[in-house]
Design a protein around this ligand. Structure first.
Ligand code: DGY
Length: 348
């Protein structure tokens, strides 16, 4: 599908993206916009090479694609200088290879912060109150009257939320859980989350002034401190070689037996096979997973477990956010083509 066929610059999007604003932005600035119409969800390197073709000034790509040496060298040969990932995570992009071929890389941070944090909060609540299990129970026609033990879960108020990676999304999630449910905070990050600490302090003082138990915060010296202390743990690191299998068998074993683990970051941050084993022998341990180690697949056994809630990588899936991501991705590419600074963001 193509818009403004006579445009001077050729910009390719490997997927149809929500809204039309991103297309208008490009066509208004003399770009011909081509959107891949291929029906399969995950494009191969060959598919993308065919899309780049002989002449291509910029590409908007997706987190499901492997942007490395082969694609960036092809983009350079086609005269391209810009690539934007429609995602905040860019573990699928070899930024060094892009740099080598003179291609600027952009991503789409900011617009997905709240939407992603809201999904992490939703999974935390759904796991704590066993909402998916209870829904299945109702639909199966098994409800035959109120019982004192029916789907008893965890009260979040007064419990401790643990955040691993307190960047934009992790901090926003923490604030939601603290302010929404009066949870205490323990977090682990290489950097100090000063604004988050200030927020918890001020909120604690507010609660105290109103005769309520104040919330507390602690910056943990090690990740293990968080895993041992927290009742709900949400993972928000980037995926790189230092965070691959960050949550492994040993680390699972030090978590509370009835803890809740939420992952809306990247699947390989968790050793999923070890997690499946852990869930099998610890029925009170619950997880909410938005991402998986070998997407779109789940490790064997996960789908059968009642103590796991699984959703298909939808953390950023609100209309406002997805349109914003598409717009930012277009601006990144346009900025580079027109000589404005791109929104490349190697830091969180
Ligand atoms: C991202 O932007 O990295 C998200 O995973 C997309 O939902």
């Amino acid at each position: 599908e193509a818009w403004n066929p006579s445009g001077k610059y050729r910009v390719v999007s490997t997927k149809s993206m929500p809204g039309t604003r991103w297309i208008r932005l490009l066509t208004d600035q003399d770009c011909r916009v081509e959107v891949c119409t291929e029906k399969k969800t995950i494009l191969s390197v060959e598919d993308i090479l065919a899309l780049i073709g002989e002449k291509c000034d910029g590409v908007i790509g997706q987190l499901t694609e492997d942007w490395g040496e082969v694609l960036f060298s092809a983009l350079k040969r086609a005269g391209g200088t810009a690539f934007s990932n429609m995602a905040v995570g860019y573990n699928n992009v070899d930024v060094d290879a892009a740099t080598k071929y003179g291609v600027a890389v952009g991503n789409t941070p900011g617009v997905l912060t709240e939407t992603t944090a809201e999904l992490a909060a939703s999974l935390s609540l759904a796991a704590a109150r066993r909402i998916v299990e209870a829904d299945e129970f109702m639909r199966a026609g098994l409800y035959d009257g109120w019982l004192p033990h029916l789907f008893v879960g965890n009260l979040l108020k007064g419990q401790t939320v643990g955040v691993i990676g307190a960047g934009r999304i992790g901090s926003t999630y923490a604030r939601m859980m603290i302010e929404g449910f009066k949870m205490n905070l323990i977090y682990y990050d290489l950097y100090q989350a000063t604004r988050l600490e200030n927020f918890v302090t001020a909120y604690g003082q507010f609660l105290q002034a109103n005769g309520e138990q104040p919330v507390t915060w602690k910056r943990a010296a090690t990740m293990e401190d968080v895993l041992r202390a927290a009742d709900v743990i949400s993972l928000h690191p980037i995926l790189d070689k230092t965070t691959y299998h960050l949550i492994n068998k040993e680390r699972l074993s030090i978590m509370k037996k009835d803890a809740i683990l939420v992952n809306c970051s990247r699947g390989p941050v968790v050793d999923e096979a070890a997690l499946v084993e852990h869930l099998k022998v610890n029925p009170m341990f619950r997880v909410g997973l938005d991402v998986f180690e070998d997407e779109p697949y789940m490790k064997p056994g996960l789908a059968e477990l009642k103590n796991a809630i699984v959703v298909p990588h939808i953390a950023s899936a609100s209309k406002w956010t997805r349109e914003g991501m598409a717009t930012l991705a277009a601006l990144n590419v346009l900025g580079k083509i027109k000589g404005y600074p791109v929104w490349a963001d190697p830091n969180r």
